[in-house]
Design a protein around this ligand. Structure first.
Ligand SMILES: C[S@@+](CC[C@H](N)C(=O)[O-])C[C@H]1O[C@@H](n2cnc3c(N)ncnc32)[C@H](O)[C@@H]1O
Length: 291
């Protein structure tokens, strides 16, 4: 989750002759090449000189440390273009992998019309991408996008509209606390990328993370004080909400995989494994009642 600074992405804008001069100017000021291309493409598309003031303002914000994604105001996640602002975590490329794992699980288990719960939905990245990609395959899912933060839910709702994803209910809740109890035993897929950093570790991380909501990164840690409380809570609560063929997929810290598997066994899951992220780190707990 904590990938920073952003790396070059396959869908980064390319330099055209028209915007090359502006891009070069930003490079001279010290903006990284790929970020300069994003900024020019956003604020002066086609090298439009009328956008050069906006380009310079954006470059200044970036040089002052603000994340590029908040400056642009939107960011790609899988097939979606998501609005992002300081009310929500910037969706990370690693989290795109969680969506692939989830789609595979649903296909493997032959779930038709899945009921999906995205716990801690933030911008809506995981759940909206899932619903959108299932729809493209002719599968109609229903999504419950849950977050404690009402601010995050405003952004997630806007992203659903922007990306034409319907069949979404937005629920303000601390994890399952206020999720409709009629969903007990009926959820085919629970996905979550909860906060999993301890307060102590957060102090040691890149200060650029302080632009993002603290409650999205740092675990409330009432029980453990080591960043694992929210992951542990979701694992312990999930079995009662899952349908018999349901799957839970949780993104966690790279040093938390073994504990997550142990917690899942303790919670009574019959099938427990860990999937790697793109950097071959153990990052996703996948568990289910049935193998
Ligand atoms: C790491 S962010 C993930 C955002 C998004 N799912 C993503 O992957 O980009 C964690 C999210 O969990 C939410 N959150 C934190 N504590 C929560 C709680 N007790 N109940 C529900 N959501 C919570 C935060 O507001 C934040 O949106």
């Amino acid at each position: 989750m904590l990938c920073w600074p952003i790396s070059e992405r396959a869908n980064s804008p390319t330099v055209t002759a028209a915007n090359a001069a502006l891009t070069a100017q930003l490079r001279e000021l010290g903006v990284a090449a790929h970020e300069a291309r994003w900024i020019v493409d956003e604020f002066a598309p086609g090298g439009d000189i009328a956008g050069s003031d906006a380009v310079m303002q954006a470059a200044t914000r970036r040089l002052n440390g603000e994340p590029l994604q908040y400056i642009l105001g939107h960011w790609p996640f899988r097939s979606l273009d998501l609005d992002v602002d300081p009310r929500v975590l910037i969706p990370r490329p690693e989290t795109e992998e969680l969506v692939s794992i989830a789609l595979l699980q649903l296909a493997r288990r032959g779930v038709r019309a899945p009921v999906i719960v995205d716990l801690g939905c933030g911008s809506g990245a995981i759940g909206l991408a899932l619903l959108s990609e299932l729809d493209a395959r002719g599968v109609k899912g229903a999504l419950f996008a849950v977050d404690l933060s009402s601010d995050a839910l405003v952004v997630a709702r806007r992203n659903a509209l922007k990306n034409h994803v319907s069949a979404v209910s937005f629920v303000q809740s601390s994890w399952f606390d206020d999720v409709d109890s009629s969903l007990r035993g009926r959820i085919d897929l629970i996905v979550a990328n909860p906060p999993y950093i301890s307060e102590r570790d957060f102090e040691l991380l890149d200060p650029v993370l302080s632009y993002e909501p603290l409650g999205a990164l740092v675990s409330a840690d009432v029980e453990l004080g080591d960043g694992f409380s929210d992951v542990a809570h979701i694992i312990a609560e999930s079995p009662g909400w899952l349908s018999p063929q349901g799957t839970v997929i949780i993104e966690h810290g790279e040093l938390q995989a073994e504990r997550a598997r142990r917690a899942a066994h303790d919670a009574g899951f019959g099938s427990v494994c860990t999937e790697m992220d793109l950097n071959s780190r153990e990052r996703f707990l996948v568990c289910a009642h049935q193998p």
